[in-house]
Design a protein around this ligand. Structure first.
Ligand SMILES: Cc1cc2nc3c(=O)[nH]c(=O)nc-3n(C[C@H](O)[C@H](O)[C@H](O)COP(=O)(O)OP(=O)(O)OC[C@H]3O[C@@H](n4cnc5c(N)ncnc54)[C@H](O)[C@@H]3O)c2cc1C
Length: 546
């Protein structure tokens, strides 16, 4: 009897234990599947309500004109959001531009009806740079033809063309010269922020533009370059769509060279010396990427330096077609797990530093590279052909936002030491930290008035008021740190900066905005970003054109 009851108790415990274990397994399975799942649709999680205390939402005008039946509307009314998922904004309508004539007609329609116009492309800006309340939005993504001129070593593209499609058109002989470190972005969006990436020799997109055609607010079309309409060129590049619509751009391209990949783990503070000794000099790598550890106990301490060194003698015919990124679900899972505490952050760094290279895809057959033995060979287009699908997820109560801070090269070590403190104090999950090399730029609104190193951070936040409060506080401390070291912050991201920080980072902003009014006196081109920075730039209401 007693024995029987004991057995019964035992089996009840067993049953209970089994149920808990099964439940745990099922929960883990469901959770892991959720973390690995690709998004069903782009996220739209709300709107950050203000920029430095200024309310961003505008009341709808009492009356809005009927939509021009001769324009190809993708949406009449509705709202738009960007990659932050926190910029949901009601718009008048969205025109799906596929022809230059659509741009001309839409601008004329807007002028005649008192509407304002924004340009939007892949919408990976994160603070309303690509649309505004009740604006007519030109969606440029369908305006994307590409023409390669092998003899001139250029590509002429319409602005909605993405680097991904351009690489497909250039491969296997040619490659993009300067772009971001991933390829999802449009050329128009990249020119408008003066993007930069893995090629530390080519520098930013600005340096690769031979010329552009730009439509001004009054419908005039001008060719602009460093020598023709040079002032307008300096304002359109890095001009956030405020001066005119880029209709096409002719860009320098380069050989799709074959590279031998290698990597070394160094201490972060050794980076400036490593750069000066091994990366910068002639004969150093053609591309490089500096990836910092975000694991606790090693936070921004160790850095993986990925190098891509040119290898001669590999015929272009042996370069295989471009492949799409693999192991997307696994990569997304590892990234999303890293939001859940130290253990997973440690695992992520372990995978990056110890496992990843074992799975590296050597896309050029070794036999094709004379005398290269066991080296891993890729063509230039391979590491640049990453559309980062693993960054996008289906997690509806959170979002991941990008930051970038530029500091003079001599200030790098002190800045990274300060960043370690700021990020530890704010304790939001840092999912990725990388270091870029930036050249001195010569554009009107300039993130790099002198050669710089930059720190790029990808940080997770909850998509609620508390998440925004915490991200804002972190951003402001990071900007203060950059300013303390003579640096600046990058403008395509969230509008969390204060007025004082904006003015200190971009002292040329008032002059830039006066030029905007000279080229666009009726302020036809607008965005939420424009309204915010304009209000912050001047003590008094914005004066008229200088
Ligand atoms: C995950 C991630 C990684 C990133 N990595 C990098 C990086 O490595 N290097 C870097 O420099 N930046 C990086 N960025 C920032 C990115 O370069 C910018 O946000 C860029 O603008 C994105 O291009 P887009 O096509 O999404 O442009 P959108 O966000 O759609 O537009 C950006 C701006 O361009 C304007 N615009 C678009 N088309 C035109 C046109 N035809 N004429 C005039 N203006 C136009 C818009 O009005 C807007 O002001 C990254 C951003 C994210 C989210």
């Amino acid at each position: 009897m007693v024995e029987g009851r004991g057995r019964f108790r035992l089996s009840r415990r067993l049953l209970l234990g089994g149920a808990v274990a099964l439940g745990g397994l099922a929960w883990s399975g469901v959770t892991l599947a959720r973390l690995a799942r690709s998004p069903a649709a782009p996220k739209s999680l709300g709107r950050v309500a203000d920029a430095d205390g200024m309310a961003l939402a505008l009341d709808a005008p009492a009356t809005l004109p009927p939509h021009d039946p001769d324009l190809p509307w993708l949406a009449k009314g509705g709202d738009m959001n960007d990659a932050s998922a926190l910029s949901r904004t009601p718009v008048y309508g969205v025109v799906g531009v596929t022809e230059e004539a659509h741009v001309a007609r839409a601008l004329a329609f807007a002028r005649e009806n008192g509407l304002q116009v924004s340009m939007s492309a892949v919408r990976h800006s994160m603070g309303g740079q690509a649309f505004d309340d009740h604006a007519l939005v030109l969606d440029m993504t369908g305006f994307d033809r590409i023409a390669v001129d092998e003899a001139a070593r250029t590509v002429t593209v319409q602005p909605g063309a993405t680097w991904h499609r351009i690489q497909n058109a250039l491969h296997p002989r040619l490659a993009v010269k300067a772009m971001q470190s991933s390829d999802i972005f449009s050329v128009g969006g990249s020119i408008s922020v003066n993007a930069h990436g893995m090629d530390h020799r080519a520098g930013s997109v600005a340096g690769t533009i031979r010329s552009m055609r730009v439509m001004l607010a009054d419908g005039t079309v001008l060719t602009v370059s460093r020598t023709e309409n040079a002032d307008l060129f300096r304002h359109v590049v890095g001009g956030y769509g405020l001066f005119g619509v880029v209709l096409s751009a002719t860009l320098d391209v380069t050989d799709n060279a074959v590279y031998r990949t290698s990597r070394a783990i160094i201490r972060s503070e050794a980076f400036p010396a490593t750069f000066a000794r091994e990366i910068d000099p002639e004969g150093g790598p053609a591309l490089f990427y500096g990836h910092l550890s975000t694991a606790p106990g090693n936070f921004l301490d160790d850095m993986i330096v990925y190098r891509y060194d040119a290898v001669d003698g590999v015929p272009a015919e042996t370069i295989p077609p471009l492949a799409e990124p693999g192991s997307v679900g696994l990569k997304r899972l590892i990234l999303n797990l890293a939001k859940h505490g130290d253990l997973f952050q440690r695992f992520k760094w372990f995978a990056e530093s110890r496992l990843e290279h074992a799975f590296e895809a050597c896309t050029v057959p070794r036999t094709a590279a004379m005398g290269e033995g066991e080296a891993c060979l890729v063509s230039r287009n391979d590491p640049m052909h990453d559309s980062v699908p693993y960054l996008f997820n289906d997690l509806q109560d959170e979002t991941d936002v990008l930051h970038e801070y530029f500091v003079p090269r001599a200030a790098y070590d002190a800045f990274i030491a300060g960043a370690r403190d700021v990020l530890a104090r704010h304790d939001l999950p840092v999912l990725n930290a990388s270091v870029r090399v930036v050249h001195q730029e010569d554009i009107a609104l300039n993130y790099a008035p002198e050669p710089a190193f930059s720190l790029v951070l990808y940080i997770n936040q909850r998509a609620d008021a508390e998440g925004t409060r915490r991200m804002r506080a972190l951003t402001r401390d990071m900007i203060d740190l950059a300013l303390k070291h003579g640096g600046r912050f990058f403008l395509p991201y969230q509008l969390h900066f204060t007025t004082a920080q904006l003015r200190a980072s971009y002292p040329e902003l008032p002059v830039f905005l006066r030029s905007k009014l000279a080229y666009d006196p009726g302020e036809l081109f607008t965005s939420t970003f424009y309204r915010a920075v304009k209000a912050m730039a001047f003590d008094a209401p914005l004066p008229g054109p200088a």
